[in-house]
Design a binder for this molecule. Sequence first.
Ligand code: EPS
Length: 404
Amino acid sequence: MPNLSYRTAGESHGKGILALVEGFPAGVQIDEERINAELRRRQGGFGRGGRQRIEADRVEILTGIWRGITLGSPIALWIPNKDYRIDKLDDLSCPRPGHGDLAGAIKYLSSIRAVLERASARETAGRVAAGALAKQLLDAVEIEVFAYVVAVGSIRLHVPEGRVRELRPLRDASVLYTLQPERDEELVNLIAEVRRAGDTLGGIVEVRVENPPFGLGSHVQWDQKLDGRLAQAVMSIQAIKGVEIGLGFEAACRHGSGVHDPIEYASQEASSRTLGFVRPQNNAGGLEAGMTNAQPIVVRAAMKPISTLARPLPSINLDTLQPQKADYERSDVCAIAACSVIVENVVAFEIARAVMEKFGGDHIDEVKSRIDLYYTTARKWLERRSQSASTSPSEHASQAPPNN
Ligand code: EPS
């Protein structure tokens, strides 16, 4: 069984976007409409450009699913483009600052069009489709992934306490996918003002993963650390310039005592995935030494403002090497709401991958049984420890701290 993974293919104005998913276990019930719902959400949010009025993204499942159930074979997801006119589109001569236009044209000795067609965030339709599939695997193992917008430009939004099921209605009521729908008008006015100025706006997205088991990822090797893998996956999304986990950059400004999450124990919670270990706060964002600690995983991503400006920035014409304003292509003014959907699905895929690595199996029932077995084993191991501690108290007695 290969590791769970996916690749995408496709150009922004080509025939469509393809996601090829491998290593997905058999036996997972797939609701195609849930993939379509995610694709629809990705197209939404106030501040999008004209393209989203043309497209009505829907997935075609080409392979790997039969009568709504995964087969364990590669799953090809196809999202056709309505705006398919790549052969008729002109090339650009003045690279847009912030895009891959300049670096890509030089690297590939190519036209700018050849680069921008693949660099475009349209590719994220494929990532969302793959993530929406992975979410259905995560449902089977009771893990939920949920993202929302926490800042639009410099406006920070409040994140209320609560579980995903309480927060979801708030997010779904907001045109900017925040948890403060009552502030939508203010945000919409801000984006409209930025649009009038020919400018663009970014923001910050937060994603929360609820009910992870202990021990996804590993401390033993750099590329197995789940925090690093999540950062890579999220950072690779178009326009993301920063990723934080838990307290993130703020942790650097505090003393250790103000950062690390104390460990408490509540026997009445021993039957949950936390095994009864309670953390009164979650500054670690659910990850310690690259492993999940059974607390919610919290990741934030900073999205830069879209690089295509209606009032373009200075650039150089590649044909004349003379100064000229950057070219303009139809684009979004603010895509932070869409970005939250992309981050949610990209994180969902990474978590599903980590679940498959630890618990593996060709069929989803094997994966579920292995999670149960792991927890049964861990509970027995804790019991043995506490029994042996009560018979020989000196063995596990706390030791004096070292004097260095
Ligand atoms: C996007 C489709 C693109 C852009 C946008 C995202 O369509 P078009 O180029 O035809 O307008 O609107 O891409 C970018 C903002 C970008 O920087 O690449 C989509 O479907 O998300």
